[in-house]
Design a protein around this ligand. Structure first.
Ligand code: NDP
Length: 335
């Protein structure tokens, strides 16, 4: 299949790219600069891989040229900001997420009529009802939508991120309903994504957001702060399973959302895994008696991941393997 992958430099996208190329798909990926294209190309020297430069997905018509790929059949849209160091939530988070999604879909409809299939990386952020807290006894599934409003979206960066994913995914389903394009849509909604970084491995300071808690626990930052960080979201998936779900969704799952989670985790469990697997990091990892990172006493929500289980048709990668492979990939001294 000829596939366009947006945001090819991303933590998750690099894994999607690796699977697509390994399976023999012909891939074009968008990156923000020629320099970034070169860094990705270096790791796939012999691959059927092309690049298009899309500097800012929020810009009007950003994808109009990028989708012009002869015989293009499918698009996987992953590019979207996921970080909390924002000065202007609207400009830094909401616009790229929503305009990027609307923009790529409009560009496909207009300039790439051969595309039959679009897969978008949404998030558990578009499912979870944050203010309801840990909701013991409640089961989250694909039926749930985050009810966050436009006013709530700009209150703080973390609500801004959740809103950006919610509004972007809604925009995508609305687009399909209103515009009745040639393609079908699938969205993949993962909670926290952990797992190994494919090269080039970034400096610790620019590690992608979801893996930062593991780095903090493994590198000494958590220990010097005196506690294990609070877990926040208690569901996760390994990046390799998530990437595979995107690729499998190219052939399956038209018109569906996939709540892609392997199950529960806590930051304390991450600590325990690192302590057990990396004795060389003993001085950096918080001790067994450190406080924090536990599951809440009252319990947490349940999850229904049946649809994703069926799509993947394999065992989920375990938290132990995910965290171990991630720590190894980071090249932390002593690990
Ligand atoms: P990364 O930060 O590693 O990747 C984000 C990608 O989006 C990068 O390629 C980045 O380009 C690109 N991007 C961001 N903003 C812009 C912009 N304005 N213009 C052009 N490109 C832009 O994060 P992940 O790989 O973790 O995230 C990928 C997707 O998965 C996102 O949609 C995210 O919301 C979603 N997701 C991630 C989860 C996680 O836990 N990691 C959980 C749930 C969903 P560059 O590198 O050049 O800045």
């Amino acid at each position: 299949t000829k596939v366009l992958l947006t945001g090819g430099t991303g933590f998750i996208a690099r894994h999607i790219l690796a699977i697509l190329l390994e399976q023999g798909h012909k891939v074009t990926t968008t990156v923000r600069s020629q320099e970034k294209a070169e860094t990705i190309k270096k790791y796939h020297p012999d691959a059927k891989l092309d690049f298009k430069i899309v500097e800012d997905i929020a810009a009007e018509g950003a994808f109009n040229e990028a989708v012009k790929v002869e015989g293009l059949e499918a698009v996987i849209h992953t590019a979207s900001p996921f970080h909390f160091n924002v000065t202007d939530t609207q400009k830094d988070l909401l616009d790229p997420a929503v305009n990027g999604t609307n923009g790529v879909l409009a560009a496909i409809k207009k300039n790439a009529p051969s595309v039959k299939k679009v897969v978008i990386t949404s998030s558990f952020a578009a499912i979870v009802d944050g203010p309801k807290g840990n909701r013991p006894g409640y089961t989250y599934s694909e039926k749930d939508w985050n009810p966050i409003t436009a006013e709530e979206a700009t209150q703080n960066p973390s609500d801004g991120y959740r809103a950006s994913k919610t509004f972007a995914e809604k925009a995508a389903w609305d687009f399909v309903e209103k515009e009745k394009p040639n393609f079908t849509l699938t969205t993949i909604n993962p909670p926290l994504v952990l797992g190994p970084i494919l090269p080039p491995v970034p400096a610790a300071s620019s590690l992608n957001t979801s893996n930062q808690r593991v780095l903090a626990i493994a590198s000494g930052a958590a220990k010097s702060s005196g506690s294990i960080p609070e877990t926040g979201t208690f569901l996760w998936i390994d990046v390799r399973d998530l990437a595979l779900a995107h690729v499998k969704a190219l052939a399956d799952g038209d018109g569906k959302r996939f709540f892609a989670t392997a199950g529960y985790f806590s930051n304390r469990e991450i600590r325990d895994i690192i302590a057990k697997k990396f004795p060389g990091l003993k001085d950096k990892v918080p001790g067994e008696d450190a406080k924090g990172g536990e599951y809440p006493k009252e319990g947490v929500y349940k999850f229904d991941n049946e649809r994703t289980r069926a799509l993947l048709d394999k065992e989920f990668i375990s938290l132990e393997k995910s965290v171990t492979d991630l720590v190894r990939s980071l090249g932390i001294e002593g690990a």
